[in-house]
Design a protein around this ligand. Structure first.
Ligand SMILES: [Zn+2]
Length: 367
């Protein structure tokens, strides 16, 4: 994944079909009012406010499954995967036919590498909703994937799982896990943020290894929370393979903390800066090429840029992130990500963490 297209498709389907469930509570009651404000907050992206509203409603109506669903969605958007899972399991224990809860729970299990668990959740849900096409399509895709990946390798503590598409290669898997473990601690410590999700890496051993970090057309499909890398011949390109792994790991970690709300330059800039050579190539690129893209072009998808423009875009993004680190430390960027996860607007969170308006920061770059 070079450009994280934060396409939480399942989530979008869930919120669309779940919101009317608020009507289950008795209108006019305090629980009803709290639930309504929870759904409104979810729709507006105020995730922390949503979590508070659903918690209040659940104090009043602890056995209302739709409230557990709302609480689970809010927790998911706040990056609290374990809490989200528990809320959704509770919702389904109370109402096994609550398809939106099954969809989101299955998706969370899939993202945390529990493919069998995800399949079980979807199978149980399909018994209640045999005509639901989203559910049927997800179940079909997961069964295909389960058939494909016979063997897999998990790190100790299972922070990482490596799967193969094509022949498996144990030495490559353990090398990848070693690189990812040490990079995890380096990045998490710098950002003072320790995401606890399991990260799945899929190595395509029949596809020639190449640098996918600046080729946004790779994995053009929606980002589904996995790191996908072509890996045939990777052992002969060890340093480059490590760089690509760490670049993609940063995306996965950032995504784990803040599922949405980031401008692309921040996502890509962090991924480049945390590469093993500390983005030396990006500095060299900017020294060599004095052209600059306007910052406005760095906020959206890089896939529309030409190859030369894309190179510049990645280098400029890295320079912007370095400027942020120098301005107030990398931990402030970690705090910014947590603000975004809570649903704060980017400009507000930026000003709070860097004590300078985003527009003024962008202007300072031009000087
Ligand atoms: Zn990238």
């Amino acid at each position: 994944m070079s450009c994280p297209r934060v396409a939480l498709l399942v989530f979008a389907a869930t919120i669309a079909s779940a919101a009317p469930l608020a009507a289950q509570a008795v209108p006019g009651t305090r629980a009803y009012v709290a639930a309504q404000s929870g759904w409104d907050a979810l729709r507006d992206g105020r995730h922390e406010a949503a979590a508070e509203a659903f918690a209040l409603a659940l104090d009043l109506e602890p056995r209302d499954p739709s409230l557990h669903l709302g609480a689970g969605m809010a927790a998911f958007l706040l990056g609290q995967t374990t809490a989200a899972r528990h809320s959704l399991e509770r919702a389904l224990a109370l109402a096994p036919s609550l398809t939106p809860a099954s969809l989101l729970l299955g998706d969370i299990l899939y993202r945390t590498s529990d493919l069998d668990g995800a399949i079980r959740v979807y199978e149980a849900a399909a018994a209640y909703a045999p005509a639901n096409s989203t559910l049927a399509a997800r179940l079909e895709a997961l069964r295909r994937e389960a058939a494909l990946h016979g063997s897999f390798f998990a790190s100790q503590g299972s922070r990482f799982t490596v799967l193969f598409e094509g022949p498996s290669d144990e030495a490559l898997a353990s090398h990848a896990i070693e690189v990812l473990e040490s990079a995890y601690w380096r990045i998490a410590t710098a950002l003072s943020t320790y995401p606890d999700q399991t990260i799945t890496v899929v190595l395509y051993t029949q596809e020639q290894f190449r640098d996918i970090t600046r080729a946004p057309q790779w994995a053009a499909a929606a980002y589904d929370g996995r790191i996908r890398i072509p890996a045939r011949g990777a052992a002969a390109n060890s340093r480059e393979f490590e760089r690509v792994l760490v670049h993609e790991l940063t995306h996965a970690l950032v995504q784990g903390v803040a599922p949405r709300g980031l401008p692309i330059w921040l996502h890509e800039g962090l991924a480049v800066v945390f590469e093993p050579d500390g983005a030396g190539w990006a500095q060299a690129q900017l020294a060599r090429d004095t052209r600059r893209l306007p910052v406005g072009r760095l906020t959206g998808d890089f896939a529309r840029l030409s190859t030369a423009e894309a190179r510049l875009a990645y280098a400029q993004s890295a320079a912007m992130v370095r400027a942020l680190f120098e301005h107030n430390g990398a931990a402030a960027v970690g705090a910014l990500l947590q603000d975004l996860a809570r649903g704060d607007a980017f400009a507000d969170a930026f000003e709070r963490r860097f004590l300078i308006a985003y527009s003024a920061f962008v202007e300072s770059l031009a000087r």
